[in-house]
Design a protein around this ligand. Structure first.
Ligand SMILES: C[S@@+](CC[C@H](N)C(=O)[O-])C[C@H]1O[C@@H](n2cnc3c(N)ncnc32)[C@H](O)[C@@H]1O
Length: 183
């Protein structure tokens, strides 16, 4: 996890591109598990191909009893599709084109029949149309109309947002009266 001073200098330098580690997300989320039952979770600064927030909620979808998981990412992220490659399992050409995507997950089960749930199952669920992965119309900015519509549809927002827009980000969540966990 980046130190406090690293975060402060990232903020100063307007460096918005850190991916949060899955272990840090797991450590934090264990305090909130009971709040997710039947809820729509929105990760609105999260490339579904890369984000560990998205991965965490996919892998824990049934355990938490989620109703829906939505993730959107920002078009101009210079690190989109470059780091974690969690969705290499999808192996599509699109996944390499740095486009803003929206992933909507409503079902997670052992589609591959190997006895466990993993990202391969989720990739299969996208392929078979039981969940959807589609390009956004705009650039995926959390303030854009389509992302605000998704925000209104959601119950809880969970992410690590861009540091340089932190205040604006939080005020949007307040304006739309959302519960949130922001790391
Ligand atoms: C600190 S990174 C964290 C990424 C991811 N949420 C995670 O925790 O791994 C912040 C992310 O917000 C994205 N971002 C920057 N400006 C944005 C905007 N206006 N709307 C939505 N996302 C934005 C960046 O591209 C970057 O991927």
């Amino acid at each position: 996890m980046p130190s406090k001073s690293e975060l402060a200098s990232a903020n100063k330098a307007k460096k918005d591109e850190f991916y949060t580690q899955l272990s840090d997300i797991e450590k934090e989320m264990r305090y909130y598990r009971k709040h997710f039952k039947d809820k729509v979770v929105f990760c609105n600064c999260d490339d579904p191909f890369e984000s560990n927030f998205f991965k965490y909620f996919v892998l824990n979808f049934n355990r938490l009893g989620l109703k829906k998981l939505i993730a959107t990412c920002y078009a101009s992220s210079p690190i989109a599709n470059t780091q974690l490659s969690l969705f290499d399992v999808i192996g599509t050409e699109e996944s390499k084109q740095n486009k803003p995507y929206k992933a909507v997950v409503t079902k997670v089960y052992d589609k591959t029949g190997d006895g466990g749930i993993d990202m391969f199952d989720v990739a299969e669920l996208f392929k078979s149309g039981e969940n959807s992965l589609s390009e956004l119309e705009g650039d995926g900015d959390f303030r854009s109309k389509e992302c605000l519509e998704l925000l209104d549809e959601s119950d809880i927002v969970v992410t690590n947002p861009p540091f340089s827009l932190f205040r604006e980000y939080i005020s949007v969540l307040f304006e739309h009266k959302k519960h949130f966990i922001v790391i």
